[in-house]
Design a protein around this ligand. Sequence first.
Ligand code: 2BA
Length: 106
Amino acid sequence: MKMITAIVNKEDSRQVCSQLIRSKFSVTRLSTTGGFLMTGNVTLMMGVEDERVEECIEILRKYCSQHTEVVPSTALFGSGETSLPITVTVGGATVFVTNVERFEKL
Ligand code: 2BA
């Protein structure tokens, strides 16, 4: 079994979650905050059988869109001389796949 941890845009999270549930994946949804932009995103945790990992990632790929955000650089680096807005490309999804040593439901 693998643990898939996926950080997705808030806007995409509802649709991607319902597609995952429809495909019979178990999902835990956490409200999280990106350390760089300091804006809300959603982290999905899914325990997935090895043979279904690619299927899960394909759903994430299909329903998580990349987008750009323009943010004032002062919001990121404080109010110094650099105050021009900068464009940041965020997502689709940031995905980690890790081995699960043991899985039990007690
Ligand atoms: P944030 O940390 O808010 O980052 C939002 C976007 O800002 C990132 O998009 C990336 O394009 C840019 N960015 C992040 N850190 C940067 C830096 N030090 N310098 C320049 N640009 C930077 P994504 O890469 O798509 O990441 C989206 C969210 O996924 C991140 O939100 C963070 O919550 C998470 N994430 C991404 N990579 C991660 C990692 N290696 N470990 C843990 N969380 C990660």
